[in-house]
Every structure is written in structure tokens, then in C-alpha cells.
Write a protein that binds this ligand. Sequence first.
Ligand code: ZN
Length: 419
Amino acid sequence: MRSSTIPARAGHTDIRRNNLEVVLRHLWAVGPDSRAGIATRAGLTRATVSRLVAELIGLGLVGETGVAAAAGRGQGRPGTQLALTGRHILAIGAEINVDYLAVLVVDLANREIYQQRRGFDAQRAGAVQSIRALAGMCGECLNALPVTFGGRDRVIAGLGIAVPGLVDEAHGIVSCAPNLGWDNVPVLPALGEDLDRRTAAITVGNDANRAAIAEYRVGSHAGTPNLVYVTGEVGIGGGMIAGGKPLLGARGYGGEVGHMTLDPDGPVCGCGRQGCWEAFVGLNALLAIAGQGAPGSRGLRGSPEDKIALIVAGAEAGDHRTLAALAELGRYVGIGAANIAKIMNPDVIVLGGYFTAIAEWILPAAYESFRAGLLAPDSAGCELATSTLGFMAAARGAAIDILDRVISNPHHLLTSDPQ
Ligand SMILES: [Zn+2]
């Protein structure tokens, strides 16, 4: 019964807002549907759905897209199909990583309308200059995009920023980002008032958590209810989806798989400890064991593509040291993934970032040590796979997180809050 989901103290406004969210979320998750289809699947009356849809059409969030073909004899009259439109509702996702900055914009229906990524030495620039550089890219993006879409003034629903570190999301503070050299950095003050004024909301979150959201929503493993996304950058992070929901832990610091200790006497990690998984499988670790960079997290400067190009060129040329380094990296990828699978038992562990570019050389060894490291039969039903989202995964997830907030309360964005 719907009434069981509404708190007893809820007033008319709460119920209407909740129902608007139900309709929007249905169209977002399921795709185009008729009023009757929405009513049936959402457990609302046809009259209620018609009223809600009229309101959402008025706000420019939903549109009629034509009449669906009848599904077959006896299925009733085909209904007018409704779909999310919201081309004027824009969400910005952005990322500061060790060696690049990224900005991406999607509209309410999750269509990508802008993307920009640049090599950037965030370690050398420091926190304030890195945040200002990202703010500059966001400003360029806002200036480049039209101010109206389909005759409606654009609405910048928010800016979501992803950072490779532990983030106190409630206060917008990066508590600790070892590979950036950040400690207790409040992000908002350095972004500047101009950006603050031009966007409805600004959030800061962990890059792996945001990338996991992207993988779960739009990646090749979309909808997989138990999923772990592993970022492949200089740093290694983990984003967890459990039962279809992000699993963040008591203080939001969960998923730091890159710093699980594999060997207490192992190589030094960017966090200062020894033998973390990241010290074996991070991008700079690979460059070091392949003879392409100094050991430790502060390896070669340059974009991830520049660094990976060195490795791929060596592998394609049959360079023995490079191939041995890739096989060794693959072995450690599998060992760490097996540890994750033993604790989480996910349906899939998705390797993102730079792992995709070197997949053909690391996966054979990774599969072998992964299977060998698991106790449960049939690899605990867990697949080890690579992501198709590339280096934009975290920015994409940050933008989706912003869209989620719009869908939860569209009126808050478009008009004064009815409460
Ligand atoms: Zn570490």
C-alpha cells in the first residue's frame, strides 16, 4: 500500500512531491511509458498520474512522444507515450584527479551535451590552484553552452565534484587525498562566488563512489545490483553498490580498497604506508616496475594517456620487461579483486580508468589469481570485467548524483519550494 511509504505526519504537499518523484523516477529508470503504464507500475490512480503528468509537462520536464504500437491483441488501447525531456535542466559533473581535470554536462534525461578533459598536474598545483583551475573550466563550459534550450531558460541544477580521497560530503571537505597531498581542504571557498551564484547546488564526493553510480546507471553493467567499481588511476579507489544502493559506510569513508594491505613489507604507497594494493596496481606503480618512472606515487608527469601510451607501445613491441610488468600487475589485480569478492560477494567487479587500456595484457593473469584466491565455488558467481566509461566515469556519476536530487524534488529547483 502506498500509504505505508508516507509518514503519518505528511501533508498534501509532501504526498504531491513524493508522487512527482515517483513519476519522474519511473520515466528515468524504465524509459518512455504511457499514463496507464505509469499508474499500474507505480500504484497510483490514473487520475492522479494524469494530474502529475500535466504538472511535469508544464515544467518542461516531461513530454509526449507519440503513440506506442499496441503490444498485441488483447492488450488494450495503445497510450500516448511520455518521456523525460528536461533539455534545459543541466547537471555538471567534474573531477579533479592527480593528472587531469574533467568537466561534463548532462540534461535531465541523462543526455551528454558537453565534455572536456585536460591533463593537469594537481600535485604540483596544490589544492587551491587545482580547485580554481576546475572552476575556470566550469566557467568556460557555462559560457560555451546556450542559455536557452527548446525555448526555456537553462537551469543549472548543480555542480558535482569528484575527488580521489576521503570526503566529508555534508561539509564539502576533502578530509584526506594522499595522492593529491590534500588534508582537510574545504572545496567551496576556493571555487569562487561566480560559480556558486550560477549553480543551484554544489556537492563534493569521492571519485570511486561517483564512478560506481555511473557504472550502475549507464555503464555496461547498468542495473547489476551488487557491484564494485575499482578506479584505475595513479590512485586505486573502490565504489560499492549493494542491493542497488551505494554502500558508503558509517562516515562515508568505505570502499578504500586501494589501501588494503597485501604485504606490510611491500612497496611504499602514496598514503605513506607499505604494501597497499595501490602500491602494486596503481598507474605509477606499473610505470615503475616497467622501468618507465620512479617508484612511489610521484612518477612521470603527464596525462594518463601519455603514461599509458608508453606502456602500450612497449607491450605491442613485445618488450619483455613491459610484458612481465603487465603480467605481474594482472596477478595483483586478481589477488585484490579476490579479497573484495570474499568480503562483498558482488555480482561483478568492474575495473575502470587505465585498466581498460591494458586489459588484454593484464586480464589473463588477473583471472587466474582471482579464481585461485576464492573459496566459494564458481568464483562466488562474481565476474571480473572492465568498464566502458573511461576516465569520465567519476564526472558522469557526479552529474547523475545531481540529477537524482532534481528528481527527488523538482519544484525546489524550478520554483520556490511549495513548502
Ligand atoms: Zn596506501
